[in-house]
Design a protein around this ligand. Structure first.
Ligand code: IVH
Length: 700
């Protein structure tokens, strides 16, 4: 950005000209950010433009007319896509980066299934397409709906948009099942991307940073006629709900898809070993530059669908598939500065401000420096020439410093010991067990630090938490600055608290009555929310979505969780309540205890619960007769390994316990079962065989 003169010395004429120019520039950035999914400047640069614009208005109040952008929050379209629930969740994939990890993946699958090293086990290997995933639902062979992935459980209804894609059939050919959801990737080919950007440039419209942004921006158009003019394509590679899966193998389904007329990737191969998978990976990598569309790795999937079902999922990724990513792309640039950002839990994160550079087709001007130790280890200094790397969606990183390009007099970087936002001490916690300092330096001003407060609010309203439409990061920052929303419960009292706040908002010209009303409506829509989302939204340390689900499943009622967590002093009796929750370690329990013991949090939760009604967690899997039961497996199991038994129980909503007690509901006993079986009989607990377990959980 060119150096600008202080506003105070501008003439009214100059100020008016600059104000008009900036207004256009900001509006264009808003469109790119909110409507095209393709921002072209960093948040900091955008903020600088906004600040300058506001400074001009402060100095020259006549510029602050009705058309002014000041106070206008975002440019999100007033209308929005309808939501569509996925009958079967849309998952993501785990990543691996090395040959060794591919071997480990195969070994892990074998171990889980209890297969010997020489037992046959086939995998498919296919390109990982860099686009956006969609689920296409066909009933009686007709395309009836289509949804984006969204948060995996619920996506956006893009049926009208999908229908405009020439490659996607409106009717399936041949022997398609009654109901089948074909899942795959919508993408844009290189040549089409280049031509689209040329057209955009000629029409003075924003250009897209890369084919994936172009594909996402083109598909997510409320006006499907715009999508129709965009050259999108599709590859089918998976399925969701199906009245009947058309084959018993992954490869078989892909072939069936091709028969039905769906496009499938021609580089999909069947491999009999890790070595064959790796050979195909290298083959695909060698063709990458000439494929004509972006791929970012190779996906391996267990071929046998029966085995896929047995393997199931961990968290939100299947155990039976993995993405082998291509090595990251790199470029050289100059480190202009280091900015310290303060996160929701107070962690100080250093962000590198870089001279903008193109890495793998995307302009990068910020990169993460991880933490204090990383900066010291790499001896990164301001002014240094550095190598930046970017892999897929991950935030770009600084790999190393080019030592012989260091400018004279560059000084080692000193990491701040006070929070740059609130001035509180920033400390590194010492791990009591190891005596080592935590890698993260944290601001200790939790309740007074504005940075933490704003980040907590952003998290609370975010898509996978409370999902309040129209209350994005920018809006939260604005409301916080205005003093209208300081805590999460303030969101729900905003409308009631002020007719005044409405007037206040309306008076900030540009923030129209309709957008205020839309926001109030969106807030009201989230006054009923599933309990797991609420738990996650609270932002307790170490409680991500998976742990929130575990807690919701176990406690069902929020007050039960609250009481248990408040009582769970480390080492105390109440602590044991959490032992029965699979996958929940002591660190999480301690974090929960600390959170609920804090009086300020208690008050805030009370305030929230006056505004919000919690609903039961939606079932992701179908409801099963063992859901909510505590199950003990004992004796030798013949069809299941221990890991598999545990995973199955979790999938069907049951809890696994290691020993039999009055709380046990069901014992699954195999040959050789001893004392646990005896105890179960004594206590009159139902005992079933492994086969009966399969029958009861509907697995035949
Ligand atoms: S399979 C249950 N196959 O990668 C497994 N995903 O990083 C579902 N993707 O969300 C995914 N190419 O959007 C699969 N050949 C491929 C893929 C692929 C691209 C995307 C997909 C997924 C993401 C995970």
């Amino acid at each position: 950005m060119k150096k600008s003169q202080p506003v105070a010395i501008l003439s009214a004429h100059e100020a008016r000209a600059e104000h008009a120019r900036l207004g256009e520039e900001i509006a264009a950035h808003d469109r790119r950010y909110y409507q095209d999914d393709a921002p072209t400047i960093s948040d900091a640069d955008y903020d600088a433009l906004r600040r300058r614009y506001e400074a001009l208005e402060a100095e020259f109040p006549r510029l602050a007319t009705k058309e002014s952008l000041t106070g206008k929050v975002g440019a999100a379209p007033a209308e929005k896509f309808a939501k569509l629930k996925h009958a079967v969740p849309m998952l993501s994939l785990g990543n691996v980066f090395s040959e060794e990890e591919v071997h480990e993946f195969v070994a892990r699958v074998r171990r889980f299934l209890g297969l010997a090293e020489d037992a046959p086990l086939a995998f498919t290997a296919e390109p990982k397409i860099d686009g956006l995933s969609c689920s296409l639902r066909y009933e009686k062979g007709r395309l009836v709906s289509a949804a984006t992935r969204g948060d995996g459980f619920e996506g956006e209804d893009v049926t009208a948009n999908i229908r405009t894609i020439g490659e996607i059939p409106h009717r399936l050919k041949g022997d398609a099942p009654e109901v089948i959801e074909a899942r795959g990737e919508v993408y844009m080919a290189h040549a089409d991307f280049a031509a689209l950007n040329e057209r955009q440039a000629l029409a003075k419209k924003p250009i897209f940073a890369n084919p994936r942004n172009a594909a996402a921006g083109s598909l997510r158009q409320l006006d499907a006629s715009i999508t129709a003019g965009r050259p999108l394509r599709f590859f089918a590679y998976a399925w969701g709900e199906a009245s009947e899966v058309p084959a018993s193998t992954q490869m078989g389904v892909i072939k069936a898809f091709a028969r039905f007329g769906l496009p499938v990737n021609p580089l999909t191969r069947l491999c009999a070993s890790a070595d064959e998978m790796l050979a195909h990976y290298r083959d695909i990598e060698a063709q990458r530059a000439t494929l004509g569309y972006d791929i970012d790795g190779v996906v391996y999937k267990v071929d046998d669908i029966g085995l896929q079902t047995r393997l199931g999922f961990v968290s939100r990724a299947p155990r039976w598939a993995v993405a082998h990513k291509f090595p990251a792309e790199r470029a050289m640039t100059i480190l202009r500065g280091i900015e310290i950002q303060v996160g929701r839990t107070g962690v100080l994160t250093p962000v590198a401000r870089l001279e903008p550079v193109t890495v793998g087709g995307v302009v990068v001007s910020n990169a993460t420096l991880h933490n204090e130790d990383e900066i010291a280890r790499k001896d990164v200094r301001i002014g240094d020439t550095v190598i930046v790397q970017r892999a897929g969606d991950v935030i770009p990183q600084i790999v190393e410093v080019v030592a012989d390009k260091r400018p004279h007099g560059a000084k080692p970087y000193e990491f701040p010991h006070v929070c740059p936002r609130c001035g509180s001490a920033a400390l590194r916690e010492i791990d009591e067990k190891t005596g080592e300092a935590d890698v993260a330096r944290r601001c200790t001003g939790s309740l007074i630090c504005p940075a933490q407060a704003v980040e907590r609010l952003k998290h609370f309203a975010s898509r996978n938490a409370m999902d309040i439409e129209g209350l994005g990061d920018k809006q939260i920052e604005y409301f916080y600055e205005q003093g209208l929303i300081k805590t999460a419960s303030d969101i729900f009292t905003l409308e009631r608290r002020d007719a005044a706040s409405l007037t206040k908002l309306k008076n900030r010209e540009g923030f129209g009555e309709t957008s205020v009303r839309n926001l109030f409506k969106a807030i009201d829509e989230r006054r009923r929310v599933p309990i797991n989302r609420f738990i996650y939204a609270l932002g307790v340390r170490h409680v991500g979505e998976t742990n929130a689900r575990r807690l919701a499943r176990h406690f069902v009622d929020f007050e039960q969780l609250r009481a248990a967590a408040s009582a769970a002093e480390p080492g105390g009796e109440a602590y044991a309540v959490f032992d029965a929750i699979d996958g929940l370690g002591p660190v999480v329990v301690e974090a929960l205890h600390d959170f609920f013991a804090e009086p300020h949090n208690e008050r805030e939760i009370d305030a929230l619960l006056r505004e919000v009604t919690l609903e039961p967690m939606p079932e992701i899997e179908y409801s099963s007769p063992v859901a909510g039961k505590t199950v003990v497996f004992t004796g030798a199991l013949e069809r299941l390994t221990r890991d598999e038994a545990k995973a199955q129980a979790e999938r069907f909503g049951a809890k696994i316990a290691g020993s039999v007690s009055k709380k046990t509901d069901l014992v699954v006993a195999g040959p050789g079962a001893g004392s646990k079986l005896t105890k179960a009989r004594e206590l009159g607990i139902e005992v079933i065989s492994e086969d009966e377990w399969f029958a009861r959980t509907g697995q035949g």
